[in-house]
Ligand binder design. Structure first.
Ligand SMILES: [Fe+2]
Length: 375
């Protein structure tokens, strides 16, 4: 290419997040394109150019200033870049099982953690972004990214300090790492698992813990959260059967995010649950499966029925949410259907309506996705 006055060639050491490439970036010695022209660089991309691909110099647009793109856009770019880095680190579920977790992989996860936390503080519209990351070929690395995004959002709602937020996000990104140590045929088996296969899958929390322990660079806090993410608050979980506060705080947060993501994700054998159905289920598990305080923070962060939301009722009528002060799952609504239009119903306090419930949100991102609508 011929350089013009709108661009400059700079050493990768001088690259900064937010700069924009003025030409395709090609892997040295090959013609493989690593980054396309007009890519907004983030710290993970810069790390990969330097450490992984040994790129020397890159053409950058001169006039670009990082303030010309919105915080939301940067957040979105970061989330998609995080996904591709996680894919590199975890490998596809069809790839050979992992036997070690390298320092390079740990460094990449650390970078993704920093980028995700920055993005999630900049952009609250996280539920839609998580659902955009779903697909029918639901690989472990995608699930781990969604669980990390949700865990950080719950952590924010719990006012978790920033330094613990880093541990939380890192542990959530790695919570199912152990699944990548299990035989591919078991992980991707479409039918019913045998007892032995099920036992092999149930080893994934310990396997993930052992990979991190062998790496040597992780705190007890992070490793324990990985080990305990299938424990239940009432002691009926695995692998240790721990109860209540014996389960670390970070593990209790990740459990909530993990189960919610499993319920609202596509599975080969069932449709995803709607946001409303999944949140009703989670509320029902408070104090048995889940820590009550964390469920409360989760429901506050992912308000199932925000004021102004249009909903469908169990009797087929439509309504709009007018207040959520009494109970987040049974708000005050105003009927908008012809039959009973204008009537205001307090679903929590008005016993006449005990059997009436909200069936779905008109704008449920899961349902919208099923129906192929853009979200
Ligand atoms: Fe798991």
């Amino acid at each position: 290419m011929t350089a013009d006055s709108s661009m400059m060639r700079i050493n990768v050491e001088e690259l900064e997040s937010g700069m924009v490439t003025a030409d395709n970036v090609v892997e040295p010695g090959t013609d493989r394109v690593l980054l396309l022209k007009d890519t907004v660089l983030d710290s993970v991309m810069i790390f990969n150019l330097k450490e992984r691909y040994n790129v020397g110099e890159v053409y950058i647009k001169k006039t670009f200033s990082s303030s010309t793109i919105s915080e939301e856009m940067k957040a979105e770019i970061n989330i998609h870049q995080s996904l591709s880095t996680l894919k590199d680190v975890f490998g596809s579920d069809d790839a050979k099982p992992l036997t070690e977790f390298t320092n390079e992989a740990a460094e990449q996860i650390n970078n993704v953690t920093n980028d995700l936390i920055t993005s999630l503080y900049a952009d609250d519209n996280i539920l839609l972004k998580m659902h955009q990351l779903q697909s029918y070929d639901d690989y472990t690395y995608k699930h781990c990214l969604r669980v990390a995004m949700m865990s950080v959002t719950i952590g924010k709602s719990l006012d978790l300090p920033r330094n613990r937020m880093h541990d939380l996000c890192e542990a959530a990104l790695l919570h199912d790492l152990g699944k990548r140590t299990i035989d591919v045929d078991i992980i991707r088996k479409p039918g019913r698992l045998t007892d032995d296969e099920f036992l092999a899958i149930k080893k994934h929390p310990q396997n993930g813990y052992l990979l991190l322990r062998k790496n040597g660079g992780y705190s007890e806090e992070v490793m324990n959260a990985v080990l305990m993410h299938h424990e239940k608050f009432d002691g009926t979980g695995y692998p240790l059967g721990l109860k209540g506060e014996q389960i670390t705080y970070l593990a209790r947060i990740i459990t909530v995010a993990d189960v919610y993501d499993a319920l609202t994700s596509n599975r080969p054998y069932r449709q995803p649950w709607s946001v409303a159905e999944a949140e009703e289920f989670m509320m029902g598990g408070a104090n048995t499966h889940f820590d009550y305080d964390i469920i409360t923070a989760f429901l506050n962060a992912f308000a199932p029925y925000p004021v102004g939301e249009k909903v469908q009722l169990s009797d087929g009528r439509r309504a709009i949410v007018v207040s959520t002060t009494t109970n987040v799952l049974r708000p005050v609504i105003r009927i908008t259907s012809e039959k009973g239009e204008g009537e205001v119903i307090d679903l929590y306090n008005d016993f006449k309506y005990l059997t009436l419930s909200i069936k779905a949100l008109e704008s449920d991102p899961v349902k919208a996705k099923q129906e192929g609508k853009a979200i």
